[in-house]
Structure formats: C-alpha cells, structure tokens
Design a binder for this molecule. Structure first.
Ligand SMILES: Cc1cc2nc3c(=O)[nH]c(=O)nc-3n(C[C@H](O)[C@H](O)[C@H](O)COP(=O)(O)OP(=O)(O)OC[C@H]3O[C@@H](n4cnc5c(N)ncnc54)[C@H](O)[C@@H]3O)c2cc1C
Length: 490
C-alpha cells in the first residue's frame, strides 16, 4: 500500500510538490479551493482575450528543464517557450526609452550611452553576478535550512563578503554605476523579490545574471501553458486533483498531521503538505497550540509589496510597446518609501506594462492588444472602490502621456485586481501578492520553516518558504521539501 499525502493548494508550490511526491511513490491528493489550479498564475478568459493574472516573466528556464527531466521527460513535450527580443523596453519619460535586447552588443551600446565606460562596467558587473549565481545555485538555493549553523556554513563564512550577503544592493550597484537609469535597470528586479534595492542583500545582484545573461522567455499561449503542462504531468503521474475543494482544518492527532477537513468531510492521510499562504494556513487551519508562528511573528515580518493590477483589452494595436515594458519614475525612492517605510498609496510610481499580444497572437483577438498594468503598492492598505477608480484614472492618464496617444476609447475589456482580490481568491495575508520580502532577516534559514515545529508530518512549500518569491523559486522549494518528506517518511 502506498502512503498517502494531501497537498493543500494548487499553486506552483503545490503542483510541483505533488509531481515530485507522486514520482517518489506517494499516493497524492491535491485539494485546491478555486475552480482552476495555478494559484497566483491563474488565467482570466473573456471576449477572446486570455489574461495571465499573475506571473508573466518566465525566468531561469533551466529550472523548468531540470524539473521535467526529474520525471524522465522533456519540458518541450508539455509546452513550448520562445526567447523574447527585446527582453524588455524601459521608458524613463515620454521622450526617452531604451530596449534591453537579447543581443549583448546592443545592450552594451545602451549602457555606453547611459554612462561613460558603461559597457565595460556592465561586463564587470555581470561577471560578478554570474559568479554569485553559480555559487547560490550550487550551494544555497537547493538546501533545506533547519538551523542557523547550516546557513552559517564554511562557504558562507569564507565567501559571505565576496557574495555580498551582508551589504545592500543599492550601495553595491553604486560602486559600478553613477547614472540613475543604468542603476534602475540593474535594480528593478528587486521588486520581483518583493524588496527594495536599499534593503535587499547585494547577493541579489544575481538577478541581473538571470535577466541579462540567462534571458527572458515566454511560453506560447502564456504562463498558463506552464500550468497546463504541469497538470498534464500530474495526470500521467496519477495525482488526484480536486477543484473547488477548500480545506478548513488540518487534523492533528498525537502531535501528528493525519489529514484535513474539506467540504464537511475528513480526508485521512499519512502526511500533509501545505501550499496555501503560510500565515493564513497556520492561523486558520490549526489550533493555537499547533502553530509554529504567532500572529505577532507574522505582524512583525517585512511584507513584500502587493500589486494594483489593471487587465485591459484594446480593440487595436499599440506600436509603442513590446512584450514587457517598464516605466521608472525619477527619483523612485519615494515609491519604495511608500511601500516599505510609510505604507500608503504612492503619489508617484513606477509600473510594468505587459503586452503579451506583441508576439503571442493566441492571447487576444486579431488586431487587438492584451495589456496588463502592474503598480507595486504596500500590502495591508485600504482597497476601496473609490481608491481603485482614482488609481485606474491615474495609471491610464500617465500611460497615455507616456506613449503620446489616447487609449481609453479603444478599451473593450477592463478589470481591476488588488488587495481584497488577493485575500478573497488566495487567502493572502494582508492582501499580499508576494508574501514576504527578501531582506537578509527573511532569507534562507530566516524564512518560515519548510516543516512545522509543533506538528509532525506537516510540511510547507511555496513562496513563503526558502528560497522564496518567484515561479522558479517555488519549484525549488517543493523539490527541497518533497525529497525530505520521502527520505524521512516513505
Ligand atoms: C501579479 C503577480 C506577478 C508576478 N510576476 C512574476 C513573474 O513575472 N515571474 C515570476 O517568476 N514570479 C512572479 N510572481 C510571483 C509568483 O507568481 C509567485 O511567487 C508564485 O506563483 C507563488 O506560488 P505559490 O505556490 O507559493 O502560491 P500560490 O500561487 O498562491 O498557490 C497557493 C494555492 O493555495 C490555494 N489555497 C489557499 N487556501 C486554500 C485552502 N484553504 N484550501 C485549498 N487551497 C487553498 C490558493 O487558491 C492557491 O491556488 C508574480 C506574482 C504576482 C501575484
């Protein structure tokens, strides 16, 4: 008889864990509260448009290649990807924009224009980023940390300074570049990690290796194709997936997780792995004596920003855009301060515009544009209809100014998504899109543990746990913990 494990939640952390566990011999049942899997990577289909609701940057492709090879299959049998070119366009103002392309020589020319000696500085910057990335992948990311001594190991102690674990990214980039625009290109990815460049360890300069060296890809059909590929794999591996199946209690007997309650029924198992948002799950699915972390602990964490999102379908094309577009305000410190230091809706803001229909014809009707605007904002703010309407206007007005063209007469589909949707749809803590920020105090051993410290056979995977936020990271998180679960319990 196979041992049975229940996975609570079908985000990438739950789907990828379910695949590993089934492959390792477990009888796996995955229970998802919503009517589709994918979690924050759900999809919204309407009027011929297919909107990826969450992630849109397919980064670190080798993580996904390696994931599928674990099961003796190739990723290409599940979904196709293509490399974007340009990787992204950065608008600094209506008059000034640069393309960061897949052609390295062209990117070096951009940096030379931004700052004297920019190309040479970029080469040196990327060389150190690549070195750190390789050390991080080889030594730190794929490890479960159960105590601080595993983190403060010999490599970290001897190389911590070289890896810039203890310095801040903003100061580090400043050592190479003086130009504001060059620095913004090398620091913007901190928002992907839910951090500000002023607070993130300089170790995270690895993100520039991730976008500029490893490249920016996209699955044909959108990120939802990755979800579809995973679902197909789970079917082949014999995983039972139940939708519209919210879990409302983790059953604990004699200090062990023995199943869950969902839709009024008890479902017994030998272990439980939770992918649902960690703070919500601990505070709502467990009795107080079974919680590893208190409400005070969660309230004391540095939360990553959440996202004010506008999904927009246009009945015509916008030639000013490429697939990924970023606008960086000058200076951008106020926006970061409005997220992390004095949480409030920002006066001035940087934002991201996805235009997947630029090169993927499947996501919008012919000659239409599939846009999604994303403004990072502090978690836990009031999210009223009035504020939404005001921000919608502000984002749209700014965008029209930026591209020098009116778009509101061409809108055929629009939807706003923010704090209260994240809470209602995913049980997100404080309406957070990304969970915990990546400060040094919330990195590796300092992130919430992959396993309960109070209840045996209760495990966690997903963006709250090490290595953290981002689609590839959730795949790594689930690999770490599923291997440990099988080693110890199978
Ligand atoms: C708008 C946005 C843009 C992003 N952009 C990128 C990007 O471009 N690239 C990138 O790499 N990353 C990006 N990210 C981050 C990335 O999407 C997340 O880190 C990742 O998807 C989180 O996966 P997860 O499995 O940890 O959580 P989730 O995706 O939230 O999965 C948790 C699942 O648990 C379910 N659940 C909750 N409660 C229950 C319950 N009681 N019972 C059953 N199920 C339950 C939820 O419905 C959900 O399906 C973005 C995130 C957002 C929100």
């Amino acid at each position: 008889m196979k041992k049975r494990i229940i996975v609570v939640g079908g985000g990438f952390g739950g789907l990828s864990a379910a695949a590993h566990l089934a492959h390792q011999g477990w009888d796996v049942t995955l229970l998802e509260k919503n009517d589709q899997v994918g979690g924050r990577a759900r999809v919204w289909k309407t009027d011929g448009f297919t909107f990826d609701m969450g992630p849109s940057w397919y980064l670190m492709p080798e993580v996904f290649e390696e994931f599928f090879r674990t099961f003796g299959v190739e990723r290409s049998s599940y979904y196709d990807i293509y490399r974007l070119d340009p990787y992204y366009r950065v608008f600094f103002s209506p008059e000034e924009k640069v393309d960061i392309s897949a052609d390295r020589a062209a990117v070096e020319r951009v940096f030379d224009q931004l700052e004297p000696g920019g190309a040479e500085k970029l080469r040196r910057y990327l060389a150190q980023a690549e070195y750190k990335y390789n050390v991080a992948m080889g030594e730190f990311l794929y490890k479960e940390y159960r105590n601080i001594f595993q983190f403060l190991n010999r490599r970290l102690m001897t190389e911590g300074l070289k890896l810039n674990v203890f310095s801040k990214l903003d100061n580090f980039v400043e050592r190479y570049f003086k130009d504001r625009r060059a620095k913004q290109i090398l620091e913007y990815a901190m928002v992907f990690l839910g951090s500000s460049p002023k607070n993130a360890p300089a170790l995270y300069s690895i993100m520039s290796h991730v976008d500029l060296n490893l490249g920016v890809y996209f699955p044909h059909g959108g990120m939802t194709s990755l979800v579809g590929g995973l679902s197909k794999l789970l079917t082949e591996l014999g995983v039972t997936v139940e939708l519209n199946a919210p879990v409302d209690q983790i059953l604990v007997e004699d200090g062990k997780a023995v199943g869950v309650r969902s839709r009024g029924d008890s479902v017994r198992s030998d272990a439980v792995l939770v992918n649902a948002d960690y703070p919500w799950a601990e505070m709502n699915l467990l009795q107080p004596e079974h919680r590893t972390y208190s409400a005070k602990y969660w309230n004391g964490r540095v939360l990553a920003p959440t996202m004010f999102i506008v999904y927009l379908g246009l009945n015509r094309k916008l030639p000013q855009l490429v697939h990924h577009n970023l606008y960086f305000t000058d200076p951008w410190d106020d926006h970061f301060a409005d997220i992390f230091d004095r949480p409030r809706w920002p006066e001035t803001f940087s934002y991201y515009i996805s235009c997947a229909s630029f090169d993927d014809p499947t996501v919008a009707p012919a000659d239409h544009e599939n846009l999604f605007f994303l403004v990072p904002v502090a978690a836990g703010l009031d999210d009223t209809d009035e504020i939404r309407a005001e921000y919608y206007e502000r984002v749209l007005s700014h965008f029209e100014q930026l591209i020098g063209e009116r778009v509101r007469d061409s809108i055929v589909v629009s939807r706003i998504y923010s704090h209260r949707d994240f809470s209602a749809d995913y049980n997100a803590f404080a309406g957070s899109a990304l969970g915990l920020s990546h400060t040094l105090g919330q990195t590796a051993v300092f992130r919430p543990s992959h396993r309960s410290k109070k209840v045996d056979r209760l495990f966690y995977s997903g963006q709250y746990t090490h290595p953290g936020v981002g689609v590839p990271m959730t795949f790594i998180s689930s690999k770490i913990i599923s291997e440990a679960v099988t080693r110890e319990l199978a």
